[in-house]
Design a protein around this ligand. Structure first.
Ligand code: FES
Ligand SMILES: [Fe+2]
Length: 404
C-alpha cells in the first residue's frame, strides 16, 4: 500500500471545508480572559476520564482525582453493591476533604476533622455529637454525587449536574470505533507525571501531529515514523468528529531497531514499533489496514488521549492549572508480563518512551516561553496539522457560546 500512496498530496483540508486554512491566532493560548472562559464554559460541562474500573475492582476501593481548573476533588468509589460512583470529595459538615490519600480501601469513609462517617454509596451514616446540631437532616447531607458513567472500563464523570449528552452520545464515533477493544487485558501501567509551564492546549498540540517526529525526535524515534518514501511521516488517516480527533500513524516498515531494542521487541508491542502483519490485528485498530502502521491516536475532548497499539495502549491526560501551567500525566499499559523477557520489554519500552516524552515536554515549554513576546501573532498550520486546527476550533466554539 505504501508504494501506491502519494504522500506529498494535501489530503485532509478538502474533507473538512468548514475549517479554514488561515493562520490561527496565538491569543487564545496567552489570554487570562480566554482561560477564565474555558474554565466556565468547557470543563464543568464535558465528560472527563478519571480512571479504570480495574483500579477499584473490589467493593470499598476508591481513588481521588483532582480537577484543578474546576477547584474540584473527585472521589471515585466502588460500593458494596459493586456499583462505581463518584462524589465531590467534600464533607457536608465544614467542607474538609473526606479522603486525603490518592487511593485506598475502606468499609466506610470517615472525615478526619470531626468524624462524620459516610457509607460507600455516599449516604451520611453517622454524626458524632449529633444532639448538638440544629435540625441536621442526615438523609439530605450525604456526599454530593457527580454524574458518572463507564465506557470500555474507563470511568468518566461530568461536573454538570445535568449533562447535555450521555457519555455514549458524547463519545460518538470514537466510542463506536473502539467498542469491545480489550483494554482490560493490559491493566498494568507505568506512569510519568510533570507540571509544564505551558498552556494546556499547547501541550496537547504536541501530540496531534506526527511530522515533528523526524525533527525533534530524530535520535529517539525519527527513523521509526519517517521513511524514504514518506520522509515526513504523513499520516495514514485523520478523522475529525464534532469534538474529537482520530489519527492513524504511519510507521517505517524498514525501521531497524537497535540491537537491544530488537531483543526487547521480540517480547511485546509498544508505540516504538511498526506492525506489518495486519492479519493479527483487531478491527478496532489500523482502519486502513496498512502494513506501515505504528499506532492509532484517539484524542477525546478536552484532555484525554488514548493511543492504541497491538497488544498495549497508552494514555495522556492534561489538567490545566493556569493559562501557562498544566499537569501532564502519561501512562503506558501492558499485560502482566508472563516471563522475564516480557518484563524486560516493558522496562525497555518505559524508558525509551520517556526519552521521547522528555523531548516533547522541554520543547513545549520553550514554545510557550516566547509566545508572549508578541513577535508572532499567528501559527501557520499545514495540512498534516489539521487536528490542531480542529481542536482550536472546538475550543473556540465552546468559549464563544453566549451562555451555557
Ligand atoms: S468537616 Fe468533616 S466532620 Fe467536620
Ligand atoms: Fe513528540
Amino acid at each position: 500500500m505504501a508504494a501506491e500512496m502519494n504522500w506529498n498530496e494535501k489530503r485532509w483540508f478538502s474533507r473538512y471545508p468548514e475549517l479554514s486554512t488561515d493562520p490561527i491566532p496565538l491569543e487564545p493560548y496567552l489570554s487570562e480572559r480566554q482561560f477564565e472562559l474555558e474554565r466556565e464554559r468547557i470543563w464543568p460541562h464535558v465528560w472527563l476520564m478519571m480512571g479504570r474500573v480495574e483500579e477499584i475492582a473490589e467493593p470499598g476501593q476508591y481513588f481521588v482525582k483532582d480537577i484543578p481548573i474546576c477547584n474540584a476533588s473527585i472521589l471515585v468509589v466502588r460500593g458494596k453493591d459493586g456499583k462505581v460512583r463518584a462524589f465531590h470529595n467534600v464533607c457536608s459538615h465544614r467542607g474538609n476533604q473526606v479522603c486525603w490519600e490518592e487511593r485506598g480501601a475502606a468499609s466506610a469513609l470517615k472525615c478526619r476533622f470531626h468524624g462524620f462517617i459516610y457509607d460507600l454509596d455516599g449516604a451520611l451514616r453517622s454524626v458524632p455529637d449529633e444532639q448538638m446540631f440544629f435540625n441536621l437532616d442526615k438523609r439530605a447531607n450525604g456526599l454530593t454525587p457527580v454524574a458518572t458513567d463507564i465506557w470500555e472500563g474507563f470511568i468518566f464523570i461530568n461536573l454538570d449536574p445535568h449533562p447535555r449528552e450521555t457519555l455514549k452520545e458524547y463519545l460518538g464515533e470514537v466510542g463506536e470505533r473502539l467498542s469491545g477493544h480489550p483494554f482490560h487485558e493490559a491493566p498494568r501501567y507505568y506512569e510519568y507525571k510533570a507540571e509544564l509551564r505551558c498552556n494546556w492546549k499547547v501541550v496537547i498540540y504536541g501530540f496531534l501531529e506526527a511530522w515533528h517526529v523526524v525533527f525533534l525526535h530524530d535520535k529517539s524515534a525519527g527513523e521509526l515514523f519517517g521513511s524514504k518514501e514518506n520522509p515526513f511521516g504523513h499520516n495514514l488517516l485523520i478523522k475529525l468528529s464534532d469534538k474529537h480527533r482520530f489519527i492513524s500513524l504511519y510507521g517505517n516498515p524498514d525501521y531497524q531497531a537497535t540491537p537491544v531494542g530488537g531483543m526487547a521487541f521480540r517480547f511485546g508491542k509498544s508505540l516504538m514499533q511498526v506492525e506489518s502483519d495486519t492479519s493479527k490485528m483487531l478491527r478496532t485498530m489500523n482502519p486502513t489496514r496498512s502494513p506501515c502502521w505504528s499506532f492509532d491516536l484517539n484524542n477525546i475532548f478536552p484532555n484525554f488521549q488514548l493511543n492504541v497499539v497491538n497488544g498495549a495502549w497508552y494514555c495522556h491526560r492534561f489538567w490545566p492549572l493556569a493559562v501557562d501551567r498544566t499537569i501532564w500525566e502519561s501512562r503506558m499499559y501492558f499485560p502482566p508480563p508472563a516471563n522475564a523477557g516480557e518484563r524486560f520489554f516493558q522496562e525497555y519500552s518505559k524508558v525509551t518512551t520517556r526519552n521521547v516524552l522528555l523531548e516533547d515536554g522541554s520543547l513545549l515549554e520553550k514554545t510557550q516561553a516566547v509566545m508572549a513576546s508578541g513577535a508572532k501573532r499567528h501559527w501557520h498550520l499545514q495540512d498534516e496539522e489539521i487536528a490542531i486546527r480542529h481542536f482550536h476550533d472546538v475550543v473556540q466554539k465552546f468559549v464563544e457560546r453566549a451562555s451555557v
